[in-house]
Design a protein around this ligand. Structure first.
Ligand code: NZQ
Ligand code: ZN
Length: 387
């Protein structure tokens, strides 16, 4: 196990009715709030009304930034920063899925930066301070409710880039599984693929001998495999939604990545796909993952796949190692297909002509991946396999 520092400052309120903690938490930071949300799902399912009522009854003043899109745009961040600066906002409340949370994190950081917030995303300027942020997450997927990261898109430059700073980590997050009852099938499937990918990014990382992290990862993966099909069939099944929601947070709260290399590989490839084609993040991950696995399987990496096949997919450990590895990759693909996710990039409108540019973008900060580091050419090869 590698050395690590573990610190996660987010207070999590988990379970039905935990929105009752909202007022007490907000009041710790002030009474001028920017409420950030997406395209309207929180208005349809009543969460907006619940929040607005709590604020109105308790004389909390709030301003709104709505319309944050999936693959959140830098323009929404700019709009949010403007509202915060003009109105001396004291605390931000993000209510929605990962895109809303990510946008809010960069608004929180942009408030303390004089220039354009995009500078923070492209690492031209550093995050120095942030407004306090609270979240009410409505989709189990990104883990953004408990982590320091945000991913922002600039459609003018086809860039979709991640930034992270400890100060961007939410101060508190309310995780009520009933708030995910209205998540549609395709987003439930994509969200599950995203959770699983977050787990695999560290599971398939050196060193393999981080037993605690690996066993927890396997339990989280098995939880997704068990409960996603139930949530797809019964969207209001509390146990299924609760397990997916907590799996999502556990994948990203820093626990399973501690003591392992944090050199993600499928995510940087996928971010290029959604930067250029605005596809759903989890769908891109689910398409690429089995091809990346096939490409990464060799004599040096085989034991990772055997452990995965035996402990996650219950394959017989007595079988030939390569048989186990190949079956585990096949089962992974079959699982994504069973949730209705396509298996080819061409099926989601992606064309070969952008492959070179996307491969270059994926390795912009250097080779990606831990157990088999990938070059630009490797990424290109995987895109071609997945086409
Ligand atoms: O916009 P609204 O109307 O709210 O609808 C959303 C949106 O259309 C809908 N939705 C969310 N909760 C719902 C609901 N519909 C009905 N009922 C509910 N309860 O779902 C759609 C997708 O929203 P989005 O925010 O895009 O989903 P997700 O949470 O998957 O976030 C994806 C974004 O997060 C980034 C991704 O790259 C992508 O940009 N990521 C962020 C990470 C992080 N901060 O740590 C890590 C991830 O790996 C990921 O890269
Ligand atoms: Zn992800």
């Amino acid at each position: 196990m590698l050395n690590f520092t573990y610190y996660n400052p987010t207070t999590v309120y988990f379970g039905e009715g935990q929105i009752r903690a909202l007022l007490k938490e907000i009041k710790k930071y002030g009474n001028k709030v920017l409420l950030v949300y997406g395209g309207g799902s929180i208005k349809k399912n009543g969460i907006y009304d619940e929040v607005a009522k709590i604020f109105k009854v308790n004389n909390i003043k709030f301003w709104e930034l709505s319309g944050v899109q999936p693959n959140p745009r830098i323009q929404s961040v700019r709009d949010g920063v403007k509202i915060c600066k003009e109105n001396n906002i004291e605390v931000i409340l993000a209510v929605g899925a990962g895109s809303v949370l990510d946008c809010s994190k960069v608004i929180a950081a942009g408030y303390y930066y004089e220039g354009d917030a995009w500078d923070l995303v492209i690492r031209k300027a550093r995050v120095t301070n942030t407004l306090p942020l609270g979240t009410i997450i409505t989709l189990a997927a990104t883990g953004s409710e408990v982590d320091a990261g945000a991913v922002i898109t600039n459609p003018d430059t086809n860039d979709k880039l991640a930034l992270a700073h400890p100060a961007m980590t939410p101060k508190f997050s309310i995780l009520d599984p009933t708030f995910t009852f209205t998540v549609p099938r395709n987003q439930t499937a994509a969200g599950t693929a995203d959770i699983m990918s977050h787990i695999m990014e560290t599971y398939f990382s050196s060193p393999r001998q981080a037993s605690i992290q690996n066993r927890i990862s396997e339990a989280l993966l098995k939880t997704c495999i068990k409960y996603a099909p139930i949530a797809l069939e019964e969207p209001e099944n509390y146990e299924a939604r609760a397990n997916l929601m907590w799996a999502s947070s556990n994948a990203m709260n820093g626990n399973i990545g501690a003591g392992k290399e944090r050199k993600w590989v499928v995510h940087p490839m996928e971010h290029e796909l959604s930067a250029y084609y605005d596809i759903t993040h989890g769908v891109g991950l689910a398409i690429l993952t089995p091809y990346w696995m096939e490409y990464s399987l060799n004599d040096e990496t085989i034991d990772y796949f055997v452990e995965y096949g035996v402990n996650v997919w219950d394959l017989e450990s007595s079988e030939n190692k390569y048989e186990i590895a190949k079956k585990s990759i096949e089962l992974t693909k079959d699982f994504f297909v069973s949730m209705g996710i396509p298996t080819k990039l061409s099926e989601v409108g992606i064309e070969k002509e952008k492959f070179q540019a996307m491969a270059k973008g994926a390795v912009r900060y250097g080779n990606i991946g831990s157990i088999k580091p990938l070059t630009e050419q490797d990424v290109l090869n995987i895109f071609n396999m997945a086409f």
